[in-house]
Unconditional design. Structure first.
Length: 283
């Protein structure tokens, strides 16, 4: 009875909703109904490319055709046949998988094939959803007004979350590139740069850092200069981009309460650098 309960809640409390939130809610509905253009030809070509890539990965998975590709049971049986312990996780970002991969390096390609198959299959599902939902090259969008309860931001809905499309290409296929402006329209990129870290400084009352940012200084460079690890007069983004990327890990990690163990993994993922746990704890 969720719809019925929502109706009663609105009848009782709806009058307390601020006018600007009402307008934003209405704007959200109108925007979603208006939809966004999609490149149908590119979607069809992308699905074809991904299906061929999927078949290539299936040839690397011994139990293809007899068990689900991502079956933990099938993987465990294959690992035991090879005389090795199966990984407790196949998530390439997890610490458990990293430890397993370090121990059984020669067998990593098998698990990588599963990871790649999963990624490709998920991308196909996204493109097929676009293909099915569009009408005359226009894709209606489903967003929940105030879907994120803490921040009030929109959240994706309806099984196709356009806010969470793959950032990078999958087998050369760019999901975000399938969204195109309709005739007479253009896309613009509008983003609040490093908004979370800036708001955190405001909440902490760090006026000195906010003044540096207001002057135009890069957030991560400002943090590095403040801590004394960067003193070069040149912009850090140009003179030492690797250090800037590391400082990004430090700044965001501190802001979001990142632990030392996770920090080690984040640095490796974001920068390719290997650091010790003791250095992470010191940082």
């Amino acid at each position: 009875k969720d719809a019925e309960v929502c109706w009663h809640l609105w009848n009782e409390y709806g009058h307390e909703m601020p006018e600007h939130e009402r307008q934003l809610s209405m704007h959200t509905t109108q925007m979603c109904l208006r939809g966004i253009g999609v490149d149908l030809e590119a979607i069809e070509q992308g699905i074809g490319t991904l299906r061929r890539a999927l078949e290539e990965q299936e040839r690397l998975i011994p139990w293809a055709g007899t068990s689900p590709m991502t079956s933990p049971k099938a993987l465990a049986l294959e690992c035991r046949r090879l005389g090795i312990e199966p990984p407790s996780s196949t998530d390439h970002k997890s610490q458990e998988f990293e430890m397993w991969a370090a121990k059984y390096a020669e067998h990593v390609p098998l698990v990588e094939a599963i990871q790649e198959w999963r990624s490709i299959n998920r991308t196909i599902a996204v493109l097929e959803a676009m293909q099915i939902r569009q009408a005359n090259g226009v894709l209606p969008v489903e967003l929940k007004f105030f879907g994120a309860s803490h921040t009030g931001r929109w959240s994706g809905s309806g099984g196709l979350n356009l806010q969470n499309l793959p950032k990078s290409k999958v087998c050369g296929v760019d999901c975000r590139g399938m969204l195109i402006p309709r005739n007479g329209n253009k896309f613009i990129v509008a983003d609040y740069a490093t908004i979370e870290a800036r708001v955190l400084l405001w909440l902490a009352g760090d006026k000195a850092m906010l003044e540096k940012l207001a002057s135009g200084l890069d957030l991560y460079e400002a943090a590095a200069r403040r801590s004394g690890i960067y003193t070069d007069p040149r912009p850090m983004k140009e003179a030492d981009p690797a250090l800037r990327q590391f400082q990004k890990c430090v700044t965001l990690g501190c802001g979001f309460g990142l632990g030392a163990n996770k920090f080690v993994r984040i640095v490796q993922q974001w920068t390719g650098q290997e650091i010790t746990l003791s250095k992470a704890q010191a940082t």
